[in-house]
Design a protein around this ligand. Structure first.
Ligand SMILES: Cc1ncc(COP(=O)(O)O)c(C=O)c1O
Ligand SMILES: [Zn+2]
Length: 441
C-alpha cells in the first residue's frame, strides 16, 4: 500500500461536467462518483507523452502491464498479474475461405481469444488484474461485485491474490462451475434468487449497508482502462487496424473501452478510427437488438438511444450475456451508430452447431458467449455487412470450461457399442459437410 496520494501520473475527469478527481484514493472516498454532478462516468487521463507508446507496441510482452505508463497504477510492485492481455491474435483461415467461396470476399479474419488469458481464461482477466493492483496500492480490503459469472470469477481470483475480500452476488441461473470456482478461492458467494438485475440490486444494498465499494459496471474506469489496451495490442500485433469488430455484448465495456483507447492516442495516431462495431446478442436476451431495430425502422429519430426495453428474468442459455436491463445502451447505441455498425441477433438453438464447427475446423472449442460472437460473423456476411478487402476482428471472451453443459452438447461422433463388430474406423473428413450444413444451411 502506498500512503502518498500526491501524484501527477493520471487524473480522472467527469464525462458530464469535467470535474477532476486527482486519484483513485479520492475516487473511492467520494464513492466512485463525481462530487459535483453525481455522474459515475469519469475517465482516466495521463500526463504522459504518447510518442513513447510506439516503443511499447513492439516485441513480445508477457501481459498488458507492458503499457504500465498508460495505466493508473503508481508503483510496479503493486502489480497483480497472471499473464493476461497480451495474447496472440490468431488468423482463422477457415472463416476467410468461407467468405471467399460463398461471398467472393477477400477478407482478413483475426480472432482475439480471451480464453488464452492466464488468470481465468476470459474477457475479464485484464480488468480484474488492474483492479486488484489498484486495490493493493490504495489499500482497499473489501470489495463486492454482481456478476453473471466471468467477471466475478476473475475478480474473485485476482482479488484473492491481492489479499482483498470479494463478495460476489450471482443471479439464480448463473453457471454452477463459476460459483464453484469463486467459492474455491475462499471468496463469499451470495446466490440471489432472481435475475442479474436483482443480483445487482441486492449487491448495491449490501455495498451501501457495509460501506464496501462495488464495481460500477461497464463504465467503471478501472475496467475501461484495462480494456483500452486492446487498441494498443492491435497496433502491436496487426498489420492493419481492424475495419470491423465483432463481439457478443452484454453491457458493452469492450466497445466503450476501444473508443476511449482511440481517443487517448488519436493525437499521435491520426488515422485511427473506431472499427464498425457489430455487437451480437442471442434471441434469449436481446434488449439492445430490439431497441436498435425499432430505432432503425423509425429512421433513428432524435433521442432514439434513450428508448430501450427491459427484459425481466431473461430466459437464456448464455447467462454470461443476460443483461436484461441494458443501462449503457444510450452511450453504446450512439457509439455504434457513429462507427457505422449495428446490433445483431443470433438464434440460441444454433449455438452448439457453431461450437461444433469451430472445434472441428479450428480445433478450438469456444465457450457459449464466444460461439455467439462467431455466429455474429456468419450473420454479418449474410447481411452484407463486411466489405471486400476488410480486416475483421472477432473478440471471443471465453473457453468451454465456463459451461460444462454447453461442452456436452459438442458430442456427435459417439456410437454406443456392445461388441467389436460394431466398431469401425472413421474418416474425419466425412463430418465436415454435416457440420457446415448445420451452421449455414
Ligand atoms: C465471454 C464474454 N463475452 C462477452 C461479454 C460481454 O462483455 P461486455 O461487457 O463488453 O458487453 C462478457 C461479459 O459479460 C463475457 O464474459
Ligand atoms: Zn461531474
Amino acid at each position: 500500500m502506498l500512503r502518498i496520494k500526491i501524484q501527477n501520473k493520471y487524473y480522472l475527469k467527469c464525462t458530464v461536467c469535467s470535474h477532476i478527481t486527482p486519484n483513485f484514493w479520492t475516487w473511492f472516498e467520494q464513492e466512485q462518483q463525481c462530487p459535483k454532478c453525481g455522474s459515475k462516468h469519469s475517465e482516466v487521463w495521463y500526463n504522459r507523452r504518447y510518442q513513447r507508446l510506439k516503443r511499447f507496441t513492439q516485441g513480445e510482452p508477457e501481459s498488458f502491464w507492458r503499457y504500465f505508463p498508460y495505466l493508473p497504477l503508481l508503483r510496479r510492485r503493486h502489480i497483480v498479474s497472471k499473464k493476461e492481455g497480451a495474447i496472440p491474435i490468431e488468423k482463422w483461415s477457415f472463416l476467410e475461405e468461407y467468405a471467399k467461396t460463398k461471398y467472393g470476399l477477400d477478407i482478413d479474419v483475426h480472432v482475439c481469444r480471451n480464453d488464452l488469458n492466464g488468470g481465468t481464461g476470459t474477457f475479464k482477466d485484464i480488468a480484474a488484474s488492474l483492479a486488484a493492483s489498484i486495490f493493493k496500492e490504495i489499500g482497499i480490503k473489501q470489495y463486492c461485485i454482481a456478476s453473471t459469472g466471468n467477471s466475478a470469477t476473475a475478480y474473485a481470483k485476482y482479488l484473492s491474490l491481492a489479499g482483498v475480500n470479494c463478495s460476489v452476488f450471482m443471479p439464480e441461473d448463473a453457471i454452477v462451475a463459476s460459483e464453484a470456482t469463486i467459492s474455491s478461492y475462499g471468496q463469499q458467494v451470495f446466490r440471489v434468487m432472481g435475475d442479474y438485475a436483482k443480483a445487482k440490486e441486492i449487491a448495491a444494498g449490501y455495498a451501501d449497508m457495509h460501506n464496501i465499494p462495488m464495481s460500477t459496471g461497464n463504465i467503471d474506469p478501472i475496467r475501461i482502462e484495462a480494456k483500452k489496451t486492446m487498441v494498443f495490442e492491435w497496433l502491436r500485433q496487426m498489420d492493419k487496424f481492424p475495419d470491423v469488430y465483432i463481439q457478443a455484448v452484454s453491457g458493452g465495456t469492450g466497445p466503450l473501452a476501444i473508443d476511449k483507447g482511440i481517443r487517448e492516442i488519436k493525437h499521435v495516431y491520426e488515422d485511427l478510427k473506431n472499427p464498425r462495431f457489430l455487437l451480437v446478442q442471442t434471441d434469449g436476451c436481446d434488449p439492445m437488438v430490439q431497441a436498435w431495430e425499432k430505432a432503425e425502422a423509425a429512421g433513428f429519430p432524435e433521442g432514439f438511444e434513450k428508448d430501450y426495453p427491459i427484459i425481466d428474468n431473461p430466459r437464456t442459455e448464455v447467462p454470461t450475456l443476460a443483461t436484461g436491463n441494458p443501462g449503457t445502451y444510450p452511450i453504446l447505441a450512439k457509439l455504434v451508430q457513429k462507427s457505422g455498425g449495428t446490433f445483431l441477433r443470433m438464434k440460441e438453438k444454433n449455438l452448439a452447431s457453431v461450437g461444433k464447427l469451430v472445434a472441428y475446423e479450428q480445433k478450438v472449442i469456444p465457450g457459449p458467449a464466444s460461439a455467439v460472437c462467431i455466429a455474429g460473423f456468419f450473420i454479418a456476411l449474410q447481411k452484407g455487412l463486411i466489405k471486400n478487402g476488410e480486416t475483421v476482428l472477432l473478440n471471443t471472451g471465453e473457453g468451454p470450461n465456463r459451461a460444462p453443459l454447453f461442452l456436452e452438447q459438442m458430442i456427435y461422433t459417439t456410437r454406443k457399442v456392445r461388441n467389436v463388430e460394431q466398431c469401425k474406423p472413421h474418416e474425419i473428413e466425412n463430418f465436415r459437410e454435416q457440420l457446415w450444413n448445420e451452421v449455414t444451411p
